[in-house]
Design a protein around this ligand. Structure first.
Ligand code: NAD
Ligand code: LMR
Length: 335
């Protein structure tokens, strides 16, 4: 179902074995929430699917519940978040407003910071042990907001909170496949850093088909991976940002969390987590390849050998990341 890292939904495990995992989508009636929920309905590792939104989730749940897979789907709205979250194993959060042309992801901060903080308070209260994937932008700030809110509630475990950067990985694979006339399913590009513009760092030098991309072609593909979101925002002309490709990417990331919960070894995804890699440079969160396990983060991989160009990209990303992370931390401290 998903290219590369997740081709085998339950590799090494019988799909008929009942794995009682409850997946929850917060923001389930939105542009991302709906296709993401539909894809989760097709995931054999999900036995309970709870769809929550401030409005519209019961309708989405009624619709999806007719898909003939074994999982049970329930919709929740308004104040029903406690019932949606109770017993959650995995929570995926695409709640929040999307960009319009001319906006940066950081322009969403004022609206989305409060939404994410409210949802973090609910998750900290009703499902503090769940693995949480945050899609809401700006990811570089919403993940620290989530973390700080959990700290304030005394339930923070850095191994369980993830920023979903999978769309950057999906785009990198697709765009490299385009210029190399190769099937993206055979192309895996590690993308590190964060999820906005210059903080998105594709490590093309570590990919067989990517390492010989040079000069103008290199500059063009790096720019396209870093600013792929803008292509969609412009094409949608004011009606939103990536929803369908994000639904796909979010479902792939959720599937990786579920496979790890199910005991599968060697599940690795780039994701934005609290990380030791650049802590000494004041950057508390960073995306790199992370091995997932039943408790969440099992191992954070370092970046490996970078090309001179990638070292430059990293240099440009770190100050921006530091600023974005601080903004999230300060937001929670100011409350
Ligand atoms: P959308 O407006 O279509 O849907 C958002 C949904 O969130 C709506 O249904 C809304 O009712 C709901 N919502 C708002 N406040 C809520 C709350 N307190 N609790 C529960 N639900 C709430 O937007 P979208 O296109 O689905 O995008 C959602 C977010 O995802 C945006 O912030 C967007 O920038 C981000 N995004 C991130 C990535 C990524 O790679 N991480 C990719 C695409 C979009
Ligand atoms: C994306 O990368 O598509 C998302 O972050 C949405 C956006 O605002 O570009």
């Amino acid at each position: 179902m998903f290219a590369r890292r997740s081709t085998n939904l339950v590799r090494g495990f019988s799909t008929s074995a009942r794995s009682p995992f409850k997946a929850v989508v917060l923001g389930a009636a939105g542009g991302i929430g709906q296709p993401l929920s539909l894809l989760l309905k097709q995931n054999p590792l999900v036995t309970k699917l709870a769809l929550y939104d401030v409005r519209g989730a019961p309708g989405v749940a009624a619709d999806i519940s007719h898909v003939n897979t074994a999982s049970e789907v329930k919709g929740y709205e308004k104040d029903d978040i406690k019932d949606a979250l109770t017993g959650a194993d995995v929570i995926i959060i695409p709640a929040g407003v999307p960009r319009k042309p001319g906006m940066t992801r950081d322009d969403l901060f004022n609206t989305n910071a409060s939404i994410v903080q409210t949802l973090a308070e609910a998750a900290a209260t009703h499902a503090p042990k769940a693995l949480v994937g945050i899609i809401s932008n700006p990811v570089n700030s919403t993940v620290p907001i989530f973390a700080e809110t959990y700290k304030a509630k005394g339930v923070y475990d850095p191994k369980r909170i993830f920023g979903v950067t999978t769309l950057d990985v999906v785009r990198a694979s697709r765009f490299l496949g385009e210029i190399k006339h190769a099937d993206p399913k055979d192309i895996e590009v590690t993308v590190v850093g964060g999820h906005s513009g210059v903080t998105i760092i594709p490590l093309l030098s570590q990919t067989p088909l990517g390492k010989d991309v040079k000069g103008e072609e290199y500059k063009k593909i790096v720019h396209r991976i870093q600013f792929g979101g803008d292509e969609v925002v412009q094409a949608k002309a004011g009606t939103g940002s990536a929803t369908l490709s994000m639904g796909y990417a979010g479902a792939r990331f959720a599937n990786s969390l579920l496979r790890a919960l199910n005991g599968e070894k060697g599940v690795v995804e780039p994701t934005f987590v609290e990380s030791p890699l650049f802590k000494d440079q004041g950057v508390s969160h960073f995306s790199s390849n992370v091995e997932l396990g039943p408790e969440g983060v099992a191992k954070i991989h370092d970046l490996g050998v970078l090309s001179a160009e990638e070292e430059e990209l990293l240099k440009a990303a770190l100050p921006e990341l530091q600023k974005n992370i601080k903004k999230g931390v300060d937001f929670v401290a100011s409350k």
